[in-house]
Design a protein around this ligand. Structure first.
Ligand code: SAJ
Length: 421
């Protein structure tokens, strides 16, 4: 008989995972606290933007293989795909993992496999075991006991915008609390993943995910630091990076307005929290990237001093190109801070959303379309390299001052400078 999977969290990771599993022969019971999301999913629709996802959700819901609810149900496999944010002091906040774990506890039975997919600090998988066994003395994790349950970590590694492809093609790392949990988890992923399924223990799997995102954060910080050095030295950072990357062993990433999203801007803090003395480089990279929006704001202030009563327009709000996700977006941070500095309206265009989020609803932030934003502006601050923006006829920017944080104008000038057309 087809196995049943209960997935807690139907967000950017949980929903695509649920859809892919349902499309690969599992019965999937999805759980979320968001009633609107539940209703949409049960109608074959989705509450997030991810290419092609709605088609798959529509198919599997109509086949009766995926349904969403606010409560878990008994299943063979339980997956936790809930957010793991950090608190104000940058310490990991495991509240969602804890409440998702506690909500499945009454439904667990011997033989069940519980998989934590949420990016988590080292030791979280062990904590899940503790939470479960504290409440369910009838279950155990002892190998060979008939009341055994299996618990593992298998961090998600998919890139927003390419999630459906990467869920199938990427290699996966699985780490159980014991060998048998690792093996059972590997068998599960091997049943629908084309990439390699690599086996380790839970702690190594937890740190591997944090390491991947920290690696990227450190490398983006290098690019961001270079962009500020180049600005001081009047050198075009985009040209510089292109040239340096011709070296066979150099591969510098791209600077930008900062680092956003719910992963790269968050996960390195979990390493810093676990080993503060040892993580100097990781910590510094975080600070460099977190400070980059302030550098962009300084450039806007500097520019606006040269123009009398300038109108400012910001293009792009999402945390990276061609998606609608505004989480931890440096662009949102920049616009919000500008709206506090300037009294005049700040025009904002983001072609991937329909209206401004609540935290941006201020009287001097005016949401409009790209064409009008550019038209109104004396200063255009390009914050996201959406294809939509790249396709705009450069003539449209005639007579505007552009602060191009993503280098889409490809000028032989530095990144954050005045481009007078
Ligand atoms: N960014 C730059 N310069 C670059 C690359 C990215 O400034 O050269 C910025 C982006 O604009 C964005 C942020 O970094 O603000 C993160 O974007 P990203 O595309 O690097 O990564 P995410 O956050 O969308 O997804 C990452 C991925 N991790 C790695 O590439 C190591 C993905 O595989 C993970 O699954 C995901 O984090 C996650 O969920 O942890």
């Amino acid at each position: 008989m087809d196995k049943k999977v209960c997935i807690s969290g139907l967000g950017y990771i949980g929903l695509p995972t649920a859809a892919v599993l349902a499309n690969n022969g599992f019965f999937v019971h999805g759980v979320d606290v968001n009633e609107k999301a539940i209703n949409l999913i049960n109608n074959g629709q989705i509450h997030i933007y991810e290419p092609d996802l709605e088609n798959v959700v529509q198919k599997v819901v109509s086949e009766g293989r995926l349904k969403a609810d606010n409560n878990p149900e008994k299943a063979d496999i339980f997956i936790l795909a809930v957010p793991t944010p950090f608190k104000d002091d940058h310490k990991p906040d495991l509240a969602y993992v804890e409440s998702a774990t506690k909500s499945i506890i009454p439904y667990l039975e011997p033989g069940n496999l519980i998989i934590l997919e949420s990016t988590s600090p080292v030791g979280t998988t062990e904590k899940i075991v503790e939470w479960i066994l504290n409440e369910r003395t009838d279950l155990s994790v002892d190998e060979n006991k008939s009341n055994q349950i299996f618990v593992s970590h298998c961090p998600e590694r998919v890139l927003p915008g390419k999630i459906l492809k990467e869920l199938i093609e990427n290699d996966r790392i699985v780490g159980g609390i014991n060998k048998i949990s690792t093996q059972k988890t590997a068998e599960f992923y091997e049943s629908f993943v084309d990439g390699k399924v690599l086996q380790t223990n839970a702690k190594t799997a937890e740190l591997s995910k944090l390491t991947e995102n920290s690696f990227r954060d450190v490398n983006i910080a290098f690019a961001n630091e270079l962009s500020m050095i180049c600005d001081d030295l009047n050198i075009d950072v985009w040209e510089l990076i292109k040239l340096a990357n011709h070296h066979p062993r150099v591969n510098i990433l791209q600077p930008g307005p900062g680092v956003g999203g719910h992963c790269i801007a968050v996960d390195p803090w979990f390493i810093v929290d676990a080993a503060p003395e040892r993580s100097q480089l990781i910590h510094t990279a975080r600070k460099v990237n977190d400070d980059k929006p302030n550098f962009v704001i300084e450039k806007v202030i500097e520019t606006s001093r040269r123009i009398e009563n300038p109108t400012i327009a910001c293009l792009g709000l999402s945390f990276k190109a061609n998606i609608d996700d505004l989480r931890e977006s440096p662009a949102v941070d920049i616009v919000n801070k500008l709206s506090l500095i300037y009294e005049q309206p700040i025009y904002v265009a983001e072609p991937h959303i329909e209206s401004l989020p609540l935290n941006m609803q201020k009287t001097n932030i005016i949401y409009t379309n790209t064409e009008e934003a550019i038209n109104k502006a004396d200063i255009v601050v390009l914050l996201v390299d959406h294809e939509y923006f790249k396709a705009i006829d450069k003539e449209t920017f005639f007579n505007k001052v552009i602060i191009d944080t993503k280098g889409i104008f490809n000028k032989k000038e530095q990144p954050l400078q005045f481009l007078n057309y």
